[in-house]
Design a protein around this ligand. Structure first.
Ligand code: SF4
Ligand code: FES
Length: 139
């Protein structure tokens, strides 16, 4: 059940996190350290930040591990259009758009993903930073 996200509930915004997709230590903890703190449990507390700021940081999460649902009548995330695929120097493929990605347990609907371009990931089609891949961040 690795694709089932854990939901962190806030007053104005709920945040969900899928650990199997996260391979990148950057945007969330740097973007809003009061909300995202890996040294704390729970590591995500949505009410430690304004909903707009939380949404803005989550939209930068390249893997799609973080998602949000607004509860304050403000608009939710929209996909990039057209879809954009950006290869990195470590053979990852950063993808942003209205995505439907097949995997061993079904299909993932997301607007953001980091796909494996090296062929060595054990979490296909997603990059897991295994083997020869030395992408940004750390697991
Ligand atoms: S992939 Fe997303 S959840 Fe994981 S560290 Fe990067 S910004 Fe945070
Ligand atoms: S590109 Fe990272 S494991 Fe393949």
């Amino acid at each position: 059940m690795k694709w089932v996200p854990k939901v962190y509930t806030g007053e104005e915004i709920n945040v969900s996190f899928t650990p199997a997709l996260c391979i990148h230590a950057a945007e969330c903890v740097k973007g809003h350290p009061q909300v995202f703190d890996t040294k704390r449990r729970p590591w995500i507390i949505p009410d430690q930040g304004g909903a707009d700021a939380v949404a803005e940081v989550i939209a930068r999460c390249p893997s799609g591990a973080l998602q949000y649902l607004r509860k304050d009548q403000r608009p939710n995330e929209l996909p990039d259009a057209p879809t954009v695929i950006t290869p990195t120097s470590s053979q990852q493929l950063l993808v942003r758009g209205d995505l439907r990605i097949s995997h061993e347990e079904g299909e993932l609907k997301t607007y953001r993903a980091i796909l494996c371009g090296c062929g060595h990931s054990h979490n296909q089609p997603f990059c897991d930073k295994s083997s020869i891949c030395k992408g940004e961040g750390s697991k």
